[in-house]
Design a protein around this ligand. Sequence first.
Ligand code: NAD
Length: 301
Amino acid sequence: MSTVAFIGLGNMGGPMAANLIKAGFTVKVFDLVPAAMQTLAEQGALTANSACGAAAGADIVITMLPAGKHVRSLYVGDDNAKGLIDVVAAGTLLIDCSTIDADSARFVAKHAAEKELAFIDAPVSGGTAGAAAGTLTFICGGSDSAFEQAQGVLNAMGGNIFHAGAAGAGQVAKICNNMLLSVLMVATSESLQMGIDHGLDPQILSDIMKVSSGGNWTLDKYNPCPGVMESVPSSNGYQGGFMVDLMVKDLGLSQEAALLSNSSTPMGALARSLYVNHAKQGNGKRDFSSIFEQFAHSEQI
Ligand code: NAD
């Protein structure tokens, strides 16, 4: 079984690495937060003192980091530090699962190709629950051969694996999806609150809308109204899950992409403004479904 270096063990990377251990891979981990590495070590991972230390000697490198700047500097390095592509062996497959701008993904792919290394962008959908259950959707960009090579390790962490196109295409598809998700979350929140304001039970209203024409993923899997659904962030003080700061980042990426292609994205632009305001009010580290509170009457929050 292959050795996988897994770098970035946060809300998503931690459970993804744990699934690789369960599937029988030898997993060597690194994160800037020692406690995150400790949690994985208790599940059978080997730990490293640096990202390069984890990647040296691995067959596959997987990264799950916050943003493009982290991915660029980690893979390509800078004047002060070597990048992962400087230390991995020939033939190592590089997979970045972070959600970042397509340009950064293409930048890393180009530098990797110069060293004859295969790199794919493979951002995910499915949230922390999907990461824990091993049911993530992977949306990949890169060559056919690298995509084929990645099947085994991606299958150990997810269900649906798509090849969106060449380098960067996975990131473009991912930000289209997240722009849509943010709009659905805002619209679901305002609809639920309007029902509550008129005396409806949010549980009954959710059950109705779920099987009616307004049905969508947030109602099925991630209801933003506290108490309607168990085991989702809204029923846990909006802790864990997908941080508002990360949604703001993704909506910024989608607006940058819209400018580049001269696309009209009014709903995405509005959702970004709402999420930016929500973050400015101190909600950046809370789950993105906490946008529901923007619509609640003051006596309810
Ligand atoms: P997170 O902030 O919980 O985790 C990021 C981890 O990366 C942290 O543990 C941090 O210490 C580590 N890190 C940062 N820089 C590092 C470096 N140079 N070396 C090693 N470790 C480093 O974020 P997350 O929720 O796990 O999200 C990670 C990525 O996945 C983001 O790009 C996000 O947009 C995307 N994503 C998140 C979700 C979700 O539901 N949380 C869903 C889909 C995609």
